[in-house]
Design a protein around this ligand. Structure first.
Ligand code: 2IP
Ligand code: CA
Length: 380
C-alpha cells in the first residue's frame, strides 16, 4: 500500500503540473480560453481542448499505475472516455505511449497538427515530478493491488479551472470559487466491498510563490483500512456547536427547502457556498466547514472516492442522503448508508450508472451527522 500511495502522490503531482502548464504556456492557454472566437470548426476544436487536458491527465495516471501495478489494469476508472474527436471530426484514442516522442506524435493528431502544444504536453507527461516527501514507512496495510480499484477525476471543478479567477483570501477561509476549487482526485476502493481505502488529492493552485509569482500546489492524502487510519491532515477540533451551531458548505444550486431546513442546526451565517464537489469535501476535511450536504444526485464516484477516504481516516465519512433519511431514528447511523464505489446502477446508462444518486452528506463527526439528518427528515 505504501508503494501505491507513493506512486499516486507522484502521478497526482504530474497531473497538477499538466494542469498548471495548460494555463501557463501561451500555446496551450490560448486553446483553453479562446472558446468563443474564431470559425465554427475552430470553436469546436477549442472547446474540446478542455476535455483533452482532462483526458491526457487521466490517461497519464492510468498508464503510470498500469506500469507499476499491472494487476490493477482492468480496475482503473475515470470520468472521461479516451476516445477523442479533433476539430476535423476524426476520432483518435488518446493514450500515453512509452516515449515522449511517441506521445507528442499522437497528441499532435488530436491537436490538428499543433506540434508546439503537443510537445509541451508530452514533456509534462513524461517528466519526473519533484520528489514528494511523505513518511509512509509505518503504512503496512494488508491489502494487495489485486484487491483494489481506482477512481480518477483528472480535474474536478473544470469550469473554475477554465475561468481561472484568482481569489485572494485570508488564511483559513474557504474559497467560494476560482482556481483553488480545481482539484486532481485519485481514490482507491476495495473491489469486494466498495469501501474507499486510500485517497490522494492534489490542489494545483494552492498558493503563489512570492519570488516568481508562479502557482504552487498542495497535496493531501489518507488511508483508512480497518484499524489503520492515517491522514496528512490532522482532525480539526470541533467548536462548541451548542453555542455556535454547525457550519455547512453547499452547492450554490442547492434547493431552498434544504437551506431552510438546515438553518435549525446551523449558526447564523453558517451556510456557505463553494464550487467543486471535491473541494467542498476538502473543506470538511480541513475543518473549514462541519459538513457538506447535497440533495441532488449530481456527483459521481470519481468526485467523492478520494476525499471520502481522507474523511474516513479522520473518523468521518460520506453517506447517501436519501438512504439516511429512510432510516428509523434508532440512534446510531447504519454503516450501510456510507457510499461505496464498486457497483454501477444497472438501471441507468453512461455516466449516470456511477452517480451518487441519493445525494450525500460529507461529515467528520457522526453525532453532527445525526443532527443534520434529523433536521432534514420530512423536509425534502
Ligand atoms: C463537477 C464539479 C462541479 C460540481 C459537480 C461536479 O465535476 O465539481 O463544481 O457542482 O457536482 O460533478 P457544484 O460546484 O455545484 O457542486 P467536474 O467539474 O469534474 O465536471
Ligand atoms: Ca468532477
Amino acid at each position: 500500500m505504501a508503494d501505491l500511495l507513493r506512486l499516486l502522490l507522484r502521478v497526482a503531482e504530474k497531473a497538477a503540473n499538466v494542469a498548471r502548464l495548460c494555463r501557463q504556456e501561451a500555446p496551450l492557454f490560448q486553446l483553453l480560453v479562446q472558446e468563443k472566437t474564431g470559425e465554427d470548426k475552430n470553436k469546436k476544436f477549442v472547446q474540446d481542448f478542455k476535455t483533452l487536458a482532462d483526458v491526457v491527465i487521466q490517461e497519464m495516471i492510468r498508464h503510470d499505475v498500469r506500469v507499476q501495478f499491472p494487476e490493477m489494469a482492468g480496475f482503473i476508472h475515470g470520468e472521461e472516455s479516451n476516445m477523442f474527436e479533433n476539430g476535423l471530426g476524426e476520432s483518435v484514442t488518446v493514450t500515453v505511449c512509452s516515449t515522449e516522442e511517441e506521445t507528442a506524435k499522437l497528441l499532435a493528431t488530436v491537436l490538428d497538427g499543433d506540434q508546439t502544444a503537443a510537445s509541451l504536453l508530452a514533456r509534462a507527461i513524461h517528466q519526473d515530478p519533484a520528489t514528494i516527501e511523505v513518511s509512509t514507512d509505518s503504512l503496512t496495510v494488508p491489502l494487495k493491488p489485486s484487491e483494489l480499484g481506482i477512481w480518477i477525476d483528472p480535474i474536478d471543478a473544470t469550469s473554475q479551472y477554465i475561468k481561472g479567477r484568482e481569489e485572494v483570501l485570508e488564511e483559513g477561509r474557504l474559497f467560494p470559487s476560482g482556481l483553488h476549487c480545481a482539484l486532481v482526485l485519485i481514490g482507491v476502493y476495495l473491489r469486494s466491498t466498495g469501501e474507499p481505502v486510500m485517497g490522494v488529492i492534489n490542489q494545483p493552485f494552492n498558493n503563489k510563490d512570492p519570488a516568481d509569482r508562479g502557482w504552487r500546489g498542495k497535496h493531501y492524502w489518507g488511508v483508512s483500512c480497518g484499524s489503520i487510519n492515517i491522514c496528512s491532515e490532522s482532525r480539526p477540533r470541533n467548536r462548541s456547536e451548542g453555542q455556535r451551531g454547525l457550519s455547512m458548505v453547499l452547492s450554490s444550486s442547492e434547493k431552498q427547502a434544504v437551506k431552510e431546513a438546515l438553518t435549525s442546526v446551523c449558526g447564523p451565517d453558517k451556510l456557505v457556498y463553494a464550487s467543486g464537489a471535491g473541494y467542498k469535501i476538502l473543506c470538511v476535511i480541513q475543518g473549514l466547514a462541519d459538513a457538506y450536504v447535497l440533495s441532488e444526485g449530481s456527483t459521481f464516484k470519481w468526485d467523492s472516492c478520494a476525499p471520502h477516504a481522507l474523511l474516513r481516516a479522520l473518523g468521518g465519512g460520506v453517506v447517501d442522503l436519501a438512504m439516511s433519511l429512510q432510516q428509523s431514528d434508532s440512534g446510531a447511523q447504519d454503516p450501510s448508508t456510507e457510499l461505496t464505489y464498486h457497483l454501477p446502477r444497472t438501471d441507468r446508462k453512461g455516466a449516470e450508472r456511477w452517480a451518487n444518486h441519493g445525494g450525500l452528506v460529507a461529515y467528520r463527526d457522526s453525532s453532527q451527522l445525526r443532527s443534520i439528518i434529523g433536521a432534514l427528515k420530512g423536509k425534502l
